[in-house]
Write a protein that binds this ligand. Structure first.
Ligand code: SF4
Length: 234
C-alpha cells in the first residue's frame, strides 16, 4: 500500500512516551489558524512511499527509540486522512515490536476501528469547546469528532488530550470551564496537556504565498500558561 508523507523526525520528545520517530503524513482537511505545518495540508504533496519501505526505514532507529521506552508516532497533517496506508503501516510496526501512537485532530475518513487495533496511544488535539469556536478557529465541525470518539471508547485506546491556548481565542475562563467538561467526557485519559500558542510556523505561510491567520496574536507567555494550568487543574 502506497501513501504520502512529508518527512521523518527521529528525535521527537513531545509526541508520546520516550524518544519517538515521528512520521509526518500528508493531508489535512481542516485549517487551524495556528497550524505550523501548512506544508502538510495537500494530500497530493510530499513524497510517495510504500508502508513496507517506511517500516524498513524505521527499523534502523528501533534500538535507539526502544531503549528510551519510545516508539513511532504518526503525525502530520492528519494521519487519519490516509486510513488504508495508516492501518497497514501501524500493523507492520506492531509486527516489528514497535510502540505506536497517532497524533490527530480526529478528522479522518473512517476505518477507525481497524486503525485503532494497531494503535497503543492516541494523542488527540481538541481545537475548541463549542461549535462556533471550533469552526472559527479550525474550519472544522466539532460534531464530526463523535465518530472518532466512539471508536476510541469502543477500542479502549489510551489517550492523551491536548488543547492549544491561543490568547484572545481559547484563554478565557468560560471556555476553559467548558473544555474541562469536554475532556471529562472521554475515557482512558492518561494525560491532559494545555499547550501554548506559538508562531514558529508563520514564516512557512509567506513562503507558500498564504496569509497567516493570526498575524496580530502574540505567543502565549510562560507565566500566563502557568496561571491557566493552575486554574484548569485546581
Ligand atoms: S489539524 Fe493539525 S495539520 Fe491540520 S490544520 Fe490543524 S494543526 Fe494543521
Amino acid at each position: 500500500m502506497m501513501g504520502r508523507i512529508h518527512s521523518l523526525e527521529t528525535m521527537g520528545l513531545m509526541d508520546g512516551p520516550g524518544i519517538r520517530t515521528v512520521v509526518f503524513f500528508q493531508g489535512c482537511r481542516i485549517r487551524c489558524r495556528y497550524c505550523h505545518n501548512p506544508d502538510t495540508w495537500d494530500l497530493n504533496g510530499g513524497q510517495e512511499i510504500a508502508a513496507t519501505e517506511l517500516v524498513n526505514k524505521l527499523k534502523r532507529y528501533r534500538p535507539y527509540f526502544q531503549a528510551s521506552g519510545g516508539g513511532v508516532t504518526c503525525s502530520g497533517g492528519e494521519p487519519l486522512m490516509q486510513p488504508a496506508f495508516l492501518s497497514q503501516f501501524l500493523r507492520l510496526c506492531k509486527e516489528n515490536d514497535m510502540h505506536t501512537a497517532i497524533d490527530t485532530a480526529g478528522f479522518g475518513r473512517g476505518n477507525y476501528e481497524e486503525i485503532l487495533k494497531y494503535t497503543d496511544l492516541v494523542i488527540l488535539d481538541i481545537k475548541h469547546s463549542d461549535e462556533q469556536g471550533y469552526a472559527l478557529l479550525s474550519g472544522g465541525n466539532i460534531g464530526e469528532l463523535e465518530e472518532f470518539k466512539k471508536a476510541l471508547v469502543d477500542a479502549g485506546t489510551k489517550l492523551w488530550l491536548r488543547h492549544v491556548i491561543v490568547p484572545g481565542w481559547t484563554d478565557n475562563p468560560d471556555h476553559l470551564h467548558r473544555m474541562r467538561k469536554v475532556f471529562a467526557s472521554f475515557n482512558n485519559v492518561e494525560k491532559i496537556e494545555l499547550l501554548p500558542y506559538h508562531k514558529l510556523g508563520a514564516a512557512k505561510y509567506e513562503k507558500m504565498g498564504l496569509k497567516y491567520q493570526l498575524e496580530g496574536t502574540k505567543p502565549l507567555g510562560k507565566e500566563r500558561l502557568v496561571n491557566i494550568n493552575e486554574m484548569f487543574f485546581q
